[in-house]
Design a protein around this ligand. Structure first.
Ligand code: SAH
Ligand code: ZN
Ligand code: ZN
Ligand code: ZN
Ligand code: ZN
Length: 464
């Protein structure tokens, strides 16, 4: 079928970001979620168009919203394509057949029965990533499995399940314990009682397990994630199978309602949404979904937060700052470096050379986000926010300008601060690495959207 799932192209950045949504990148532009969009097993497909030199080129087409790798879902349809009745029927059947073997309801029932089993009868198939009942053992005999699944294990599914690391689709990078604990402490200190955990299974798990341990722990969490394996461990009030690229609830209206109900408890007060989407994700599609979740929260209709936004932490790499601010002008980026367990590159920089590029974007007042002094953050009284210790306040910019924690230097010609390793290039008329190749482009940069440079020399990209 034609151009294939081209939404996967546009990748190839040093930081592993992709997307190709920016016109001018010679990639793809995301046109969004059309009302009459056809569906793949992952819900309504997104509309894309190929671009070259900032112009739309060629026919528009639909591709899977969730999987930017053809191998995971090869859904493709031209926008103006006539699809025959037989093909439509076949597609519907295909979509039905590509749903998980059990429904969420069935998984909840299974869990209830599973915990009644004696330890010696509790198995977990590592190949099928599924809890097994004795009657099912035979079918999985030649699979690797774990025995004696304890209650503790059942309460830490993110440890039991293997992370789905395939970069283009799930990109499941789990928070390091320190970062997860920091986020939860921050949430509690800010007075929140409910967390809408969108693509943050480990944070959800930490909240769930504390809630089941301590009676004085009042925080609740609802996990929205596309990883259906989690439905084996959580009820319909704790988990919704959800696609954050098209705001699709796989569980239909009932799941939608569960989410609404969660947001509307206590008049919608003291709720925060925390999300950590795959970095390759299309920012425009994510923003559209998050706006819908915010609107869902707002529907409470109660006075008080009518003009407010639902508080949110969007965890994402710093080089997407301008993209996020485009969609959410009220957001600001915090200096806190979010660390991951299974991401070799994004571990904390104490011993390793690499520093995590991942930050917290929030619509809360920056001064409220207290960062740990013992990890090297300090409060800048002029900026009224916590910054990395290396982030020096620039008198000319009148702000703490570093994005990566290192001390940046001010360039009078660029009229802004740049990375320490950069020099002003008169050819490019901007600062860049000394050994860069001068490029002339009229189209905007893929990363920051500004003219005059390409993404390889974008001033907002790190070069660790
Ligand atoms: N750091 C987080 C995990 C972030 S990894 C934590 O430790 O809790 C990204 C998460 O988003 C994964 O859980 C993945 O399953 C989920 N995800 C990936 N694509 C998604 C989609 N289209 N819709 C919803 N969730 C998705
Ligand atoms: Zn799909
Ligand atoms: Zn400052
Ligand atoms: Zn400056
Ligand atoms: Zn310069």
């Amino acid at each position: 079928e034609g151009g294939g799932n081209m939404a996967a192209s546009g990748e190839g950045d040093s930081e592993g970001l992709c997307g190709g949504e920016r016109p001018g990148s010679g990639g793809l532009a995301l046109l969004g979620l059309a009302p009459s969009a056809p569906s793949c097993p992952h819900g309504p497909a997104l509309l894309f168009v190929k671009t070259s030199q900032g112009r739309e080129e060629g026919r528009r087409f639909y591709a899977c919203s969730a999987c930017r790798d053809r191998k995971d879902c090869n859904f493709f349809q031209w926008e103006d394509e006539k699809v025959s009745e037989t093909r439509l029927a076949a597609r519907e059947e295909y979509n039905r057949n590509h749903q998980p073997p059990f429904t969420h309801r069935q998984n909840v029932e299974r869990y209830k029965n599973f915990v009644l089993l004696p330890l010696s009868k509790r198995r977990f198939c590592q190949e099928c990533q599924q809890l097994l009942f004795p009657a099912e053992w035979e079918k999985h005999l030649d699979h690797q499995f774990l025995c004696n699944i304890s209650t503790a294990q059942l309460k830490s599914p993110s440890q039991l399940l293997y992370p789905l690391e395939n970069k283009k689709t799930n990109a499941q990078y789990l928070f390091a314990d320190r970062s997860c604990q920091f986020l939860l402490d921050l949430i509690i200190d800010l007075g929140f009682r409910r967390v809408l955990s969108v693509g943050t299974p480990r944070l959800h798990e930490m909240i769930q397990s504390k809630a089941s341990q301590g009676e004085d722990f009042r925080v609740r969490s609802l996990l929205l994630d596309i990883d259906f394996r989690y439905s084996q461990f959580y009820t319909e009030d704790e988990f919704c199978h959800y696609n954050m690229f098209n705001h699709y609830f796989f569980g239909g209206e009932a799941a939608h309602e569960a989410c609404r109900k969660f947001l509307h408890q206590d008049n919608g007060e003291r709720v925060i949404m925390v999300t950590d989407p795959p970095f390759g994700g299309l920012v425009g599609a994510l923003a559209a979904s998050f706006k819908k979740l915010m609107a869902m929260w707002k529907e409470t209709g109660k006075e008080g937060h009518n003009n407010q936004e639902m508080p949110m932490f969007w965890i994402f790499p710093y080089f997407f700052e301008s993209r996020i601010l485009e969609f959410f002008p009220s957001f600001s980026m915090m200096d806190y470096q979010v660390d991951y367990d299974n991401h070799a590159l994004y571990k904390h920089g104490k011993t390793g050379r690499r520093q995590s590029p991942v930050r917290i974007f929030t619509n809360l007042t920056p001064s409220m986000i207290v960062l740990p002094v013992e990890e090297g953050y300090r409060f800048c009284t002029i900026c009224q926010r916590y910054v990395s210790s290396g982030n020096q306040h620039c008198e000319i910019c009148n702000s703490c300008t570093s994005k990566d924690g290192r001390r940046w230097k001010h360039c009078v010609l660029c009229k802004k601060c740049v990375k320490p390793s950069w020099f002003h290039c008169n050819n490019c008329n901007c600062c860049a690495l000394q050994n860069h190749t001068c490029e002339k482009t009229d189209a905007g940069c893929f990363v920051c959207g500004k003219a005059g440079h390409k993404r390889s020399t974008c001033p907002s990209l790190s070069s660790t």
